[in-house]
Design a protein around this ligand. Structure first.
Ligand SMILES: Cc1cc2nc3c(=O)[nH]c(=O)nc-3n(C[C@H](O)[C@H](O)[C@H](O)COP(=O)(O)OP(=O)(O)OC[C@H]3O[C@@H](n4cnc5c(N)ncnc54)[C@H](O)[C@@H]3O)c2cc1C
Length: 509
């Protein structure tokens, strides 16, 4: 065996997953077809800007990576930076996000909403290349080997092993995770179905020089007869001009990887808004679409999927990377525990059980946005109604909570309001979580004794003043929370496996 786990793809999801596996004690080999990890313009600067939502920021904080990410960020929203008064008529309204291009105003957010409390780190925007650099450095520090310039062409598995076929020969491991993006070879070669819908809209994004950019002003999203265009990014910069066109109902014709010409982009702008432009240089450009598909299962035997390999959808609303980061956090500790014999293989089934419904929700969320970007008269009328609704406090807060991922909850056993949720940062258990162990927050000596039955797997910290003892999984999810410690001996082994020291007490009292 070349490793315990082969991770195919060194995108953000593959790199984070590799670190999580290594933290859990697995030997990890990453195979990546790119030779130069930092080379793609679509991942750099404003072209590659990716927004990070609350669960992603939570994950980065718990692993001690947040300071580096914040240093590299293009922009960061501090939740304490709240608009105190509505803007005057000549000021642009404060931007808080969007739904299908319908702007959400920060001064319409209900900051008293309980789901929005406890996310003190806010959210940010970082170039994907910078995030990959930070995650790659971390993975190497943890002993992960990253082999670049290696393309996986096939995957074969037996009862005990899985082999990635590459142009340089076979590479084998006990497990393989496909983090190889939306056109995943791992998924296809493993025969995992990928049901869903074909693209309806095509997006063209480019950094360009043009002779009269002011023809397209002002910055921001424009709704036009033939579709939409977005000028500038979250910050309006005019040189080079950043333009995105969205053409509903067209799909991508021909070779989507062929270089974009000035003529193609000028034609697209004219079709969308009827404006003739002269583009003199294209610095970087890409096309993408709103194809919406999800793997029927995230596991087939010894092969698993995470990130875009498991789900693709429109990037509208910035969910894909965030979804993949939470996939990696969910899978990493579980697979490592199975490899080390600390958990039964059935623990891996909870990966699809927990993550597939969240992926399905994101598919619906982006499909709803695609639907209201259509340009027929009925959809335009519906969009106008929705625009009014989103201009209310309740409407803005509802959408913002969905985008921010603050309402995430898995259906885990146990009735406590925190069970199945990300542990709130106010409970201050983060410093104990950098090594990827379970964290037990308690002052109860019986629970502390119980934790000793799993030596080296649980870090115990004092419980917060609100009196609840919590067991927090390595992915930051509260898996047991109760004022009644007697349920612990029965419920903890679901996540921790059989105890490896001492005897499990019949019941803690
Ligand atoms: C314009 C745009 C804006 C976006 N904005 C946001 C946003 O704001 N927020 C957000 O959450 N998401 C956003 N996304 C989505 C986000 O970029 C993706 O969801 C994310 O990159 C997925 O990460 P990944 O690691 O799963 O896959 P990828 O980033 O696609 O990485 C896959 C890796 O696998 C490698 N690979 C592929 N095939 C093979 C093979 N056969 N052998 C070896 N290696 C292989 C590739 O080279 C690549 O490095 C946006 C996407 C686009 C296009």
């Amino acid at each position: 065996m070349d490793a315990d786990v082969l991770v195919v793809g060194a995108g953000p999801v593959g790199l984070l997953l590799a670190s999580e596996l290594a933290l859990g004690g697995a030997r990890v080999l990453v195979l990546e077809r790119r030779s130069d990890l930092a080379a793609e313009p679509i991942k750099q600067g404003e072209m590659g800007a990716r927004s990070l939502n609350a669960p992603s920021v939570h994950a980065l904080r718990r692993r001690g990576l947040l300071p580096n990410v914040r240093n590299a960020a293009l922009m960061w929203w501090d939740p304490n930076d709240r608009p105190t008064a509505p803007p005057s008529d000549d000021e642009p309204p404060p931007f808080a996000g969007h739904f299908a291009g319908i702007m959400l105003r920060a001064d319409r957010i209900d900051f008293e909403d309980p789901d929005l409390a406890g996310h003190e780190d806010g959210a940010g925007v970082i170039a994907q290349a910078d995030l990959e650099r930070i995650l790659g450095d971390r993975a190497r520090e943890l002993g992960v080997t990253i082999r670049t310039g290696v393309t996986v062409t096939d995957v074969r598995q037996t009862a005990d092993a899985v082999t990635a076929v590459t142009e340089d020969g076979p590479v084998s491991a006990r497990w393989l995770v496909g983090c190889d993006g939306g056109r995943s070879v791992v998924r296809k070669q493993s025969g995992i179905a990928f049901p869903g819908e074909d693209a309806e809209s095509v997006f063209r994004l480019a950094l360009v020089d043009m002779t009269e950019p002011e023809k397209l002003l002002p910055g921001g999203m424009h709704e036009c007869e033939g579709g939409y265009y977005l000028l500038g990014g979250w910050e309006m910069r005019l040189r080079p001009t950043r333009i995105t066109t969205i053409e509903p109902g067209t799909g991508i014709d021909g070779d989507r990887d062929a270089p974009m010409t000035a003529q193609e982009l000028q034609d697209s702008i004219r079709r969308v808004c009827g404006i003739d432009t002269e583009i003199t240089a294209i610095h970087a450009a890409t096309r993408y679409a709103d194809t919406t598909r999800q793997a029927a299962t995230y596991r087939s035997g010894r092969v698993l999927l995470a990130g875009d390999a498991a789900h693709v959808h429109s990037p509208a609303g910035g969910q894909g990377l965030n979804l993949g980061i939470s996939d990696a956090m969910n899978l990493g500790w579980k697979l490592a525990a199975v490899i080390k014999g600390e958990a039964e293989e059935s623990l891996l089934d909870t990966y699809t059980e927990e993550r597939h419904p969240i992926g399905a929700w994101v598919q619906d969320w982006t499909k709803a946005q695609a639907a209201i970007t259509r340009r027929d008269p009925r959809t335009k009328a519906l969009r106008a109604v929705l625009t009014d609704l989103l201009d209310t406090k309740a409407g803005t807060t509802y959408v913002l909570k969905k985008i921010a991922g603050v309402a995430l909850r898995y259906g885990l056993p146990g009735g406590h309001p925190l069970t199945g949720k990300l542990v709130p940062s106010r409970l201050a258990t983060d410093d104990a979580a950098t090594d990827g162990r379970f964290v037990l927050a308690t002052n109860d000596p019986i629970l502390t004794d119980l934790a000793a039955q799993w030596p080296n797997r649980i870090t115990t910290v004092p419980q917060s003043p609100d009196g609840t003892s919590l067991l927090i999984r390595p992915d930051g999810i509260v898996c047991w929370a109760s004022e009644h410690p007697e349920s612990a001996p029965e419920q903890w082994p679901t996540w921790l496996g059989r105890p490896t020291a001492g005897r499990l007490p019949v019941a803690a009292t």
